[in-house]
Design a protein around this ligand. Sequence first.
Ligand code: ZN
Length: 119
Amino acid sequence: MQCERCKSLIPEGEQMEFHGQILCEDCYMDLLSPPKICDPWAVHSARSFLKNSSTELNFSPIQQKILEILQDEGPQEPASLCERLQIKETDLERDIAALRHMEKIRGELKGRKKLIRLW
Ligand SMILES: [Zn+2]
């Protein structure tokens, strides 16, 4: 008698049947207790990892610089931030959007001027 799964020889009388397959005892046990797909502990640590990384807030160097300037010098016009940081306005906007999303900065209208300031 041969196991249909691992092809090993099964001693007479020790074969198991599972969904119509002749299996050795090892394979039979394997199939009865399939490996757990989601380990609750792994899920838990993945979650707390995500949580940590969002509370630690990893800023890019540019984002850090933006925050420093705003902190030291108060609200700034986007154009002057671009000039200071030597980046394009589209790049600035992306970082501004990210920082705004983290509730670190916000836009402010002063008269007709749009300013970026700390939250
Ligand atoms: Zn087997």
